[in-house]
Design a protein around this ligand. Sequence first.
Ligand code: HEM
Length: 413
Amino acid sequence: MAPTTVTAGQDGMSWAELGYPMARSCPFDPPAELARLRAENPVSRIRLWDGSSPWLVTRYEDVRRILSDPTVSADTDRPNYPFHSEGLRIQRANSRSFSFFDMDDPDHARYRKMITSDFTVRSTEALRPLVEKLVNELLDAMERGPNPVDLVDAFALPLPSMVICHMLGVPYTDHDFFQEHSRALLDTTMDVESSMRANDELRAYLSDLMAKKEAEPTDDILGRLAQRYVLTGQLGRDEAVSMALLLLVAGHETTANMIGFGTLTLLQHPERAAEVRDGDTTVVKSAVEELLRLLTVAHGGLRRTALEDIEIDGVTIRAGEGIIAAVESANRDETVFESPGELDIHRSTNHHVAFGFGVHQCLGQPLARLELQIVYPALLRRLPNLHLAVPLDEIRYRDETVIYGVQALPVSW
Ligand code: HEM
């Protein structure tokens, strides 16, 4: 749903009337109400698009506790699961569209294990030459093409899409189709019919692809899933499609937004950008972690339901109630991160929760890190004069999608 602008905790308005997600006053920072909630009401009822009032947990330690608590469920079939929108609720009700993302252990672990080895630090490190080659080719094409250009279109979206296509064995030539449909799946303002259509069409596409991979083995993640698990009866075709959908959507939308929004942030901090451009691996790694923390693109909180009563900060969350773990707030917790609103690329410790925490912690984080660590310095080295081609206030942001970022980033060099 569209962010709400209600304020609470003052003028007699109760916290439970505070809508979530709230509107941002600055596009680079999470809503200011979250800081007040952390200070005054860290476990608080808020109001969602459907009138329900789950708990919003805003402090770092509490967010990590909720996300690592085995009595907290990620299962979207539970009655009070706090969905992002009606469209997302209907998608999930009709199919386990996001596979193990929506499951609890032991099922979650059983499915996740089928692909864990493809996403270890070691396996993704083997992709470094490919990622570097793709980055160079995209930058070559940018230099040959029009100037100014939309960096999202020319670089931020193609790179992670190409990489995940390579890993999964999805033809990149179909990128227009799956990028548009992935976007629709994550758009909280999408009407139910369009949201369902996007889900059905993407599933039908991936089902055809899985059928081909069952008939003819291919050496890629979906090919191995087909041969090892579907054909041996350990995984239904539909379940494999859900897994493919999760990996395809999560594998490009998130990183693409970190590339676009991260680049915009660096352009607003030229001295930091110069350090990333000229810095060694340690500086680049630390800058990537800091951008992940500061920008927290999974800005709509991580959604759960309590299976048992939970005592937290003097509040009792009852079994069956919905919970939102606000990672975007936890990553700005001033008791954990000094000057949390600042881009400090030299933080000595930075255990942020931008990739979540606990058993559902992002499977693709080594891949995302690899891509981001290559992308930012490569972009700034190749195009040292990179700058915005429009005034900053003309940039439009993705307030209404589950993953935050810029809609477009017109740049020149
Ligand atoms: C900068 C980029 C990324 C960010 C910020 C990000 C963020 C997240 C977060 C916050 C979660 C936890 C969700 C929850 O607990 O409810 C998650 C889970 C997940 N992510 Fe990522 N992600 C990124 C890139 C990727 C990539 C490249 C992949 C590759 C396929 C990926 C695949 C997944 C999967 C499969 C899960 C579900 C894990 C589970 O439920 O066990 N992500 N991600």
